[in-house]
Design a protein around this ligand. Structure first.
Ligand code: SAM
Length: 272
């Protein structure tokens, strides 16, 4: 739990969820959707650096990106650090989240006016269903927990469409829930992605985010083509990128280590 001061800076019931910005003692301002902590000023970079950078370096030539969800703006802020990216399409279902974050979390919602951003307010499930095949090099599912509007972001149909709209060497990365909290959602998502992308093309990475329940969280991947997750030839490139952008979480060693799973998780996912 996080002790919040009792100060409520923003509180709106949208068509989809209750959108609040709360003040906390140690984590700064935080976004809560239907009482679930989504992101905080203090540790948002753990999540946003780790959902963005590993996939871009593994792919090596990301130009066209689709982000589903991500209404706080942290993921697009990190992706836009990669100058080779030509366009990011962000499909967020709830305009109220963007309004709240632009007003109260400007360090996270800092790039909504960027020329490379195409912002669409829509249901990401419908959007991927209608999107053209082979359209994106990277699809990022930066969704909330599998309740309310985000429930459909955990279905096989949704990820089959994500697979369809990826280009030949495309990569999917999804907010993957936790091996220690709501374990069924974590395991079911991995089963879904392995069924669609293949057992060897659906790795799981772990990272730490203190403001989430248990602090241990995951991103789950789908590779259209088998890819080398360790990218040793990019070690120097990653290090200079990290220094240039003064990143506070991601680096080459963390990139590699994030894909190493403890034995109990290998067992959970029935991995050898
Ligand atoms: N970046 C956040 C973090 O650091 O944890 C992750 C949560 S982000 C705020 C989740 C976003 O997904 C919310 O803004 C929510 O409105 C959006 N969302 C949920 N279901 C959606 C759907 N079906 N289509 C598009 N966006 C959706």
């Amino acid at each position: 739990s996080i002790r919040f001061t009792g100060e409520v800076l923003h509180d709106v019931q949208s068509d989809y969820q209750r959108v609040r910005i709360l003040e906390s003692y140690k984590y700064g301002k935080m976004l809560a959707l239907d009482d679930m902590v989504m992101t905080t000023e203090n540790d948002e970079f753990h999540y946003h650096e780790m959902i963005s950078h590993p996939a871009v370096f593994i792919h090596g030539n990301v130009r066209n990106v689709l982000v589903i969800g991500g209404g706080d703006g942290g993921t697009i802020r990190e992706l836009l650090r990669h100058s080779k990216i030509d366009q990011i399409t962000l499909v967020e279902i709830d305009q109220e989240v963007i309004v709240a974050c632009k007003k109260h979390l400007p360090s996270i919602a800092s790039e909504f006016n960027h020329s490379k951003l195409k912002l669409i307010i829509d249901d990401g499930i419908d959007y991927v269903r209608k999107a053209k095949s082979s359209s994106f090099d990277l699809v990022v599912v930066d969704g909330s927990d599998p309740v309310g509007p985000a429930e459909g972001l955990f279905t096989k149909e949704f990820y089959k469409n994500c697979n369809r709209i990826l280009c030949d060497r495309g990569i999917l990365v999804a907010q993957g829930e936790s091996p220690k909290f709501n374990e069924n959602a974590f395991i079911e998502l991995n089963t879904t992605l392995r069924d669609i992308f293949g057992d060897k093309n659906a790795p799981v990475s772990l990272f730490y985010v203190p403001s989430y329940p248990t602090g241990m969280w995951s991103f789950q991947y789908g590779f259209k083509k088998k890819s080398d997750i360790k990218v040793p030839e990019k070690k120097e490139q990653i290090s200079s990128f990290v220094n240039h952008h003064n990143l506070k979480y991601y680096n080459y060693e963390v990139h590699c280590a994030s894909f190493a799973l403890p034995n109990f998780i290998k067992k959970q996912l029935d991995l050898s």
